[in-house]
Design a protein around this ligand. Structure first.
Ligand code: PLP
Length: 382
């Protein structure tokens, strides 16, 4: 039998546009933080409809700076989900705070809002929800909890560009939101991130903190007579974005609507076709006017062995992944906090059953149907 063409799990959408934009920056010889970063920040803020966007070197850096600027520190607790990439909890640890995990909702795979209040203690300073796969968390409920308990809301929006919650983009609703432009994200700059906020009081120090706490970066100093003179205004970090990355980011932002159309279309085909299989639970989709970013398409298997399923697809030249191994199952988090198997049953049950299928704008509808047909051939009750 002829082998299927290889269907990759993910591929960034990069073409001549990015190559030309990056080449232009290289030719200009101004390759670190400069005018392109400012343009990217403005365009990103304008797209979302948020007052401030601060470009940084990664989402991990964005989460870290968001905690620093809001004064979260040693001995504090930050409530988050165990069903995420390690970067979420890692950033909390950077400031000496403790990640306090709250189990997920089995249907949405997002943090279970109903379990949050019982995890709040006098040490709790912030809540850091993650919009898993691009599905918005219940922001109304999260904002209410934060308001009632005087907590900071920092959302990990690594998957959530462009996610809408009740008609407003994620990135406009938390005190601070952190986006990722890592290679596999819906917009990529290879590595990179963005912090968004409507607070000028938070944005202003963030612009300094991302580059050593310097009051004016080299681009801003160009027009002054003593180009070399600057002040260190506060404690800082080396978290700036380069113009090479920002040039790429600007091109990616221009393609965002088009790529979202592709993702939405492919996800809709998966939703319709896979819902016909009794063995598969298709992902939760939000009600209009909320909108899923479809960064990941995560199904859950009701029966059968997940690992064997992934391997069978791999044998058929279809690359899949698994999101996520819950953080409390990792040795490091168990040693640090005494977390054990059984602590977060919904996260564990999901982990045993989830498979992330290929979803990216490089696919064709034929590829998506090929994935579905291959899955059908693996089902006992097709
Ligand atoms: C949920 C989540 N948060 C944070 C990150 C970290 O992003 P970055 O690699 O840009 O630091 C990722 C990266 O995959 C992620 O999936």
């Amino acid at each position: 039998m002829a082998q299927n063409p290889f269907i990759p799990f993910n591929r960034p959408w990069i073409d001549e546009t990015e190559i030309a934009a990056v080449s232009e920056v290289l030719a200009s010889k101004w390759i670190s933080t400069g005018v392109r970063v400012r343009e990217f920040e403005r365009a990103f803020a304008e797209y979302l409809g948020v007052k401030h966007a601060i470009a940084v070197s990664s989402c991990t850096a964005a989460l870290h700076l968001s905690l620093v600027v809001t004064g979260v520190g040693t001995g504090d607790e930050v409530i988050t989900t165990p069903y995420t990439f390690t970067a979420t909890a890692e950033a909390i640890r950077y400031v000496g705070a403790k990640p306090v995990f709250v189990d997920i909702d089995a249907h949405t795979l997002n943090i279970d809002i109903a379990n949050i209040e019982q995890a709040i203690t006098p040490r709790t300073k912030a809540i850091m929800p993650v919009h898993i796969a691009g599905l918005p968390c219940n922001m109304d409920a999260l904002r209410d909890i934060c308001r009632n308990h005087n907590l900071i809301l920092i959302d990990d929006a690594a998957h959530a560009i462009p996610t809408e919650y009740k008609g407003q983009y994620i990135g406009t609703l938390g005190d601070l939101s952190a986006f990722s432009f890592y290679a596999n994200k819906n917009i990529t700059t290879a590595e990179g991130g963005m912090i968004t906020t409507n607070s000028a009081a938070l944005a202003e120090p963030l612009r300094k903190m991302r580059l050593h706490g310097i009051d004016k970066d080299a681009w801003a100093r160009q027009s002054q007579r003593s180009i070399w003179r600057y002040d260190i205004a506060m404690e800082g970090y080396k978290y700036n974005m380069t113009d090479i990355q920002a040039a790429m980011g600007l091109c990616q932002l221009m393609k965002l609507n088009k790529q979202q159309e592709c993702r939405r279309n492919f996800a809709q085909i998966y939703q319709t076709e896979l819902a016909k299989f009794a063995e598969i639970k298709t992902p939760a989709a939000p009600d209009n006017p909320s909108e899923h970013a479809w960064h990941l398409y995560i199904i859950q298997l009701h029966t059968g062995n997940r690992d064997e399923f992934v391997e069978s697809l791999r044998d058929a030249n279809i690359e899949c992944s698994v999101h996520y191994i819950p953080l409390h199952l990792f040795q490091f988090y168990q040693e640090q906090y005494g977390y054990r198997v059984g602590d977060f049953p919904c996260a564990e049950a999901a982990y045993e059953r989830v498979v992330s299928l290929p979803l990216h704008p490089g696919l064709t509808e034929m590829d998506v149907h090929l994935v579905i047909d291959t899955i059908r051939s693996l089902m006992k009750n097709p």
